[in-house]
Design a protein around this ligand. Structure first.
Ligand code: PLP
Length: 456
């Protein structure tokens, strides 16, 4: 880890405050406190400008799966930059890593998901999926089939379209959304917050019935696709009732609706498999979108992975010459693809999926201990994607007033103890690098437990 020697932290802080418009930022507190400035990172740790070291329980933003400071990642990217930094992949051009990575992703992806469209992040991957789906149904002559169903508390990105697909109500405050009745929503499969008196089995039936009714209400001839994260992430690490995704996929098949698994967080190891859809949830979607762990955040990279069936329709030449006119300057960027390839090579060589399957249950068990604390209403998630829900009253599950900012207060106590956890409203979310050892898990969980007790 080499720190940049020639800067002055006070100047950096001022430059940042004055000129850096941060995403998803509460400017009221930001203007008082400014930013934590990170200057180094290695393994599962990040280091700030004052030299303080933190165990990163957030994994950057659910993305630094292989951990920080990997020399061979830097070398693979530098080597590609020296060799052939860029050429567009529009039309009849490609690069060695773009082709090799597509083949590798196809090998790892389930079913006939054999075709990879590259982008620069999860929002772009989901936006691309919608454009593909609309183009697909247009080509099939089913021009009315356009509506997209998503779920409350689902997160699909921050472009105009993907934020409209997102079902996190807080994220919509102050914005307009895409109109024309394009996006529709069904319930989040949140078992902790299911209706009073409903068993989990009844809740599952309720969700399936609601979805079916929604398609019937809109008319199956108008519904193109259902988008769902295998485990809802930013919406609260919501693990659905057992069998949910299979059953939702069955309804999709019945009505000719495409199923898109948004695996931007869950793919590339977080749940102990390269893709969670089939390995964990026993279903094969028509499209998987992925980003984050695909390159472990060493470079911006996403993949929209589609089935043979979709590809055959999208790629068939048309008499009038119309083609899938969609793509980005940086689709298949060689340096980003080189990062993706090396990232997967490291994951396979170190069997990081196996490691997550082995220590993930320990992580879950340790975190479940926090359930005994007065403030903790629920502890949920799976493997390296976990969350604590803090409440005012465990019996009624009532929330604390938003101005108490309980998630943030707990996160800042953790920070004092050298650990970073993510606050999302009243939640604290954990998504560390997949390399975490049992000892590091103990440090993380113990710091969180102490922090929750301190603020209670
Ligand atoms: N989909 C899911 C499930 C996500 O969690 C995110 C980001 O957190 C996105 C899509 C958007 O990805 P990006 O921020 O890379 O555009």
């Amino acid at each position: 880890m080499t720190a940049r020697p020639n800067y002055d932290l006070t100047t950096i802080r001022q430059q940042d405050l004055k000129h850096h418009f941060h995403p998803f930022t509460d400017f009221a507190s930001f203007k008082d406190t400014g930013s934590m400035i990170f200057t180094g990172a290695e393994g599962a740790y990040v280091v700030d400008g004052e030299g303080r070291r933190y165990l990163d329980g957030i994994g950057g933003l659910w993305c630094v799966n292989i951990g920080y400071g990997r020399e061979e990642m830097a070398e693979a990217m530098a080597q590609q930059a020296r060799q052939m930094v860029y050429y567009s992949s529009f039309g009849h051009h490609t690069s060695v890593p773009a082709a090799q990575l597509a083949a590798k992703i196809a090998e790892l992806a389930p079913g006939s998901l054999n075709h990879v469209f590259y982008g620069s992040g999860g929002s772009v991957a989901n936006d691309t999926a919608v454009r593909m789906i609309h183009f697909y149904f247009n080509r099939l002559g089913q021009r009315s089939k356009k509506k997209i169903i998503t779920r409350h508390d689902g997160y699909h990105g921050s472009t105009y379209l993907t934020m409209s697909m997102t079902g996190v109500a807080f994220d919509h405050i102050g914005f307009d959304l895409v109109g024309d009745g394009l996006i529709h929503r069904v319930s989040s499969p949140n078992t902790y917050r299911r209706p009073e008196g409903m068993s989990e089995a009844e809740f599952l039936e309720h969700l399936i019935g609601e979805f079916r009714a929604k398609i019937e209400e809109l008319g199956a001839e108008n519904v193109a696709a259902f988008f769902a994260e295998p485990i809802q992430g930013a919406g609260g690490v919501v693990v659905p009732p057992k069998g949910y995704h299979r059953r939702m996929a069955d309804v999709c098949r019945e009505f000719g609706v495409l199923y898109v698994a948004d695996e931007v967080v869950t793919a590339f190891g977080r749940l102990g498999h390269f893709f969670a859809s089939e390995s964990v949830f026993d279903m094969v979607p028509d499209i998987i979108t992925s980003a984050k762990g695909l390159s472990s955040a060493y470079a911006p990279l996403s993949a929209t992975i589609i089935s043979d069936e979709l590809y055959d329709v999208l790629s068939v030449p048309q008499a009038e010459g119309a083609m899938f006119t969609h793509g980005f300057t940086y689709s298949g960027h060689p340096v980003c693809c080189a990062a993706g390839l090396k990232n997967i090579e490291i994951m396979e060589r170190e069997d990081l999926c196996g490691h997550v399957r082995e220590v993930g249950p320990y992580f879950e068990t340790r975190l479940k201990e926090l359930q005994a604390l007065p403030l903790v209403g629920d502890v949920r998630g799976s493997h390296f994607m976990l969350c604590v829900e803090n409440v005012a009253d465990k019996g009624t599950k009532a929330l604390l007033a938003p101005e108490i900012a309980i998630g943030k207060r707990i996160a800042s106590e953790c920070q004092k103890r050298g650990v970073l956890v993510r606050p999302i409203g009243h939640l604290n979310v954990l998504s560390p690098p997949l390399t975490l050892t049992r000892q590091e898990i103990d440090v993380l969980v113990d710091a969180l437990a102490t922090s929750i007790s301190v603020v209670a």
